[in-house]
Structures are given as C-alpha cells and as structure tokens.
Design a protein around this ligand. Structure first.
Ligand SMILES: C[S@@+](CC[C@H](N)C(=O)[O-])C[C@H]1O[C@@H](n2cnc3c(N)ncnc32)[C@H](O)[C@@H]1O
Length: 183
C-alpha cells in the first residue's frame, strides 16, 4: 500500500519539533529536496539514488518517498554520535551502507544528496567520487552549502572538476541543488 503519510507525520514519528521537524532541515529545505529528487528521477531513464550522510534518516525518508522503485543507497560512517541505521527507511530497493564513502562502483546515479563531513577535503573527494556517475538530467543536492558555518562545502563545489557540467536547479535555506545539464 502506498505510504500516504505527510512529511510532517513522518517527522512527528521521530519526535522532532514543529519548527525544524527534521533536525537540520527547515520544512522548505525538505520540500526542495523532495522536488529535486523527483526531478532527478523523472529527468533520467535509469540510475540509483545516493545519500551520503544519513544520520537517523530524516532526509533519507524524503528521498525514498520519491525513488519510484529505483535503487537507493544510504551511506553513513556512523561517526557522528546518534547516527543509527535502525532509524533509516527500509525497502526492497533500499541498501544501507555503513561506511565512509571512498569509491562508487554501483553504476549510474540519478540523484545524489550530500550531507556528510563538511570539510573541504572530504566533501571535495565525495563530489569527485560521485560526480562522474551522475547522469545528464540527474541531480546533485548539497546540504549546508552556505559560506558559514561550513565554508568547506562551497569551497569543495568551487574546486569540483565537473562543476561546469552542472547548472543551478534551485535552493532552500540550507540546501543547494544542481542538475547535470551538458557534457
Ligand atoms: C549532518 S549528519 C546527516 C543528517 C541527515 N542527512 C539527516 O537527514 O538528518 C552527517 C552524517 O554524516 C556522517 N558522515 C560523516 N563523514 C562521513 C563520510 N566520510 N562518509 C559517510 N558518512 C559520513 C555522520 O556519521 C553523520 O551521520
């Protein structure tokens, strides 16, 4: 049966406040992430959805709800206290990967969401690992893209070798979304 709960209802399940139901995300950020995920799935004819930085699965729930049965990889090293795969969304198409992201061998990607280590070095490495696999029409969503308090995230984007292949798709308060537009 289709999951007809609203995102707010999912948020309440995790006991979050009404102002910031998903911890680090405002409602508007989650709305943008949801719409961007949908755009990536519908803008490509194949590909997996990947989230790096799952914590307790708040943004992952939003992504899984728009996956349309495509494979979803939820990747987290669990190095932040409180992160737990017990809280992550589950499904036949959903794979839990408890590890740092160090490589990607699982084929084309239609949607990637980055919300992991916010240092320049690690974020840049993640963009370089995932970026070449993102399909034309696919989405790269980046949380904490602001200059402060995590300047390394935007610096990593500025140094990303495939930055020129992507165009801005939209943004929320704390999330910036790009779409792969040309080779
Ligand atoms: C801000 S939290 C993610 C929040 C999550 N998106 C949510 O919806 O609540 C960052 C997560 O990234 C994980 N992390 C940190 N460095 C990582 C790495 N190199 N690879 C994978 N996960 C990492 C941490 O364990 C932590 O759970």
């Amino acid at each position: 049966m289709a999951d007809e709960r609203s995102d707010q209802e999912v948020a309440r399940r995790f006991g979050h406040t009404k102002d910031y139901p998903y911890g680090w995300y405002a409602d508007y950020d989650l709305q943008i992430l949801s719409e961007a995920t949908k755009a990536g799935v519908h803008g490509t004819c194949e590909g997996a959805l990947v989230e790096v930085g799952v914590y307790r699965g708040y943004s992952a729930n939003v992504i899984c709800r728009q996956a349309a049965g495509r494979p979803v990889y939820l990747i987290d090293s669990l190095e932040l206290a409180g992160a737990s795969p017990k809280d992550w969304p589950v499904g036949e198409n959903v794979k839990h990967v408890v590890s740092r992201l160090t490589k990607w061998d699982d084929g084309p990607i239609c949607v990637a969401h980055h919300d992991a280590d916010h240092s320049f070095e690690v974020t840049h490495e993640h963009f370089e690992i995932l970026g070449p696999h993102i399909l034309l029409g696919g989405i790269l969503a980046i949380h904490d893209f602001h200059e402060l308090p995590y300047p390394g995230v935007k610096q990593a984007w500025d140094a990303f070798s495939l930055k020129g292949d992507f165009e801005p798709w939209g943004h929320g308060y704390s999330i910036q979304v790009f779409q792969r537009a040309r080779k």
